[in-house]
Design a binder for this molecule. Structure first.
Ligand SMILES: CSC[C@H]1O[C@H](OP(=O)(O)O)[C@H](O)[C@@H]1O
Length: 375
């Protein structure tokens, strides 16, 4: 499959929002309309839409289309009515998933827009228009942020790897166009390395139990014609042991604490441990909207627990038939622990790549100073 079009998980025009149902990928490409905040909340909670930046953008735009519809019917009679609806809707959307800070960052920024526009608004439409414009800008800004992350991250890997002639990179989960508004964060770095002719090979983990790697990242890598190999999560250490040309592990982030501790997809922490053992780069890639200075360290990050059935069953297409099927893979009666994320301590992280540049630790320090980095 050649990349004739840019992969996109979010299709938005004023008053209309479609999301790519990522539970159906890679077998089916199904775009689902999002008409209101209830649709937006459900798409995020069920992980039809997932990925820290995409969660924030779909939440913001679901409210934009909801409020556009209501404003067209002149539902808001006063400025306070519009303000109340917008603010209560943001609070509702924030309950969809707890770990990725991008959603909360976006909600805070949008609430400031609402508050500021209300101070001088003479009609409710001035407030709703200000909200819609701000939400739409998030969609545009995210793509440019990711392009900058790709550029900074690729340069950092080339500058700091041991063998520039044979750069192979392992990534975890999905951090590409399907997790963002486009290009991606960690996968954006891989896209940049490939575009620059600097990448020999990419490896992606399956990323159990949702299988973001085998279903989504593999799909993106094939789509872009990037030479890639899929491995089980349990194969990562053996890969690094057998293949010293894998010189970096690059992952995304759902929340980066002030000291650099990073919450990311479950399985990230053990990748950081094996990167340390094999003395290779372990790089976190995320927009600055994933950095939460109010969270001092990783122990303060709330980790989402997902339903047991997501781990004990697997859904796909019956081989050779276009019939979706869900099968149980685990023994009945067994207990299940299904945290969606884990926390990688800052001492295991080589660098944190953002659209503003690359954060590194002061030599001799085991923690990052993300507040100083963002200033
Ligand atoms: C650029 S996406 C960041 C982050 O989000 C993913 O989690 P999920 O698929 O559960 O939304 C994964 O942790 C990615 O690294």
């Amino acid at each position: 499959m050649s990349a004739t079009r840019t992969l996109e998980a979010i299709k938005y025009t004023p008053g209309s929002l479609l999301i790519l149902d990522q539970l159906a990928l890679p077998h089916e490409t199904i775009f689902e309309p999002i008409l209101n905040i209830q649709d937006g909340h459900a798409a995020i909670k069920t992980m039809k839409t997932r990925g820290a930046p995409a969660i924030a953008i779909v939440a913001a735009l679901s409210l934009a289309v909801d409020v556009a519809t209501r404003a067209a019917k002149h539902e808001f009679k006063t400025v306070p009515q519009a303000v109340e609806f917008l603010n209560s809707s943001l609070e509702y959307l924030k309950t969809s998933r707890p770990t990725a800070v991008n959603l909360f960052d976006a909600a805070h920024k949008l609430s400031v827009v609402i508050q500021d526009s209300a101070k001088k608004a003479t009609s409710p439409s001035e407030v709703t228009d200000a909200y819609i414009n701000a939400a739409e800008k998030m969609l545009v800004d995210d793509v440019q942020d990711n392009k900058n992350i790709g550029k900074h991250g690729a340069a950092f890997i080339v500058e700091n790897c041991k063998n520039k002639e044979d750069i192979r990179v392992l990534t975890h989960c999905n951090t590409g166009s399907l997790a963002t508004a486009g290009w991606g964060t960690a996968l954006g770095i891989i896209r940049d390395l490939h575009k620059n002719g600097q990448l020999k090979h990419a490896y992606c983990t399956e990323t159990r139990p949702y299988n973001q790697g085998s279903r989504l990242t593999a799909y993106e890598l094939v789509y872009e014609n990037i030479p890639a190999t899929l491995i089980c999560d349990s194969m990562a250490s053996a890969l690094l042991h057998q293949n010293p040309s894998v010189q970096a592990i690059v992952v995304g982030a759902d929340r980066v604490a002030a000291n650099g501790d990073t919450a990311n997809k479950i399985g990230t922490y053990q990748l950081a441990i094996t990167a340390k053992h094999h003395n290779i780069l372990f790089i976190v890639a995320a927009p600055s909207t994933s950095i939460d200075l109010s969270t001092k360290s990783g122990k303060d990050i709330v980790i989402e627990q997902r339903p047991a059935e997501e781990l004990v069953t697997i859904t796909g297409l019956l081989e050779g038939k276009n019939i979706p099927a869900t099968v149980r893979t685990a023994a009945h009666g067994v207990g299940v622990w299904n945290p969606s994320f884990d926390v990688t301590p800052s001492e295991l992280i080589s660098a944190i790549v953002t659209e503003r540049g690359v954060a590194v630790k002061t030599p001799g320090k085991s923690e990052f100073d993300m507040k100083a980095f963002l200033q």
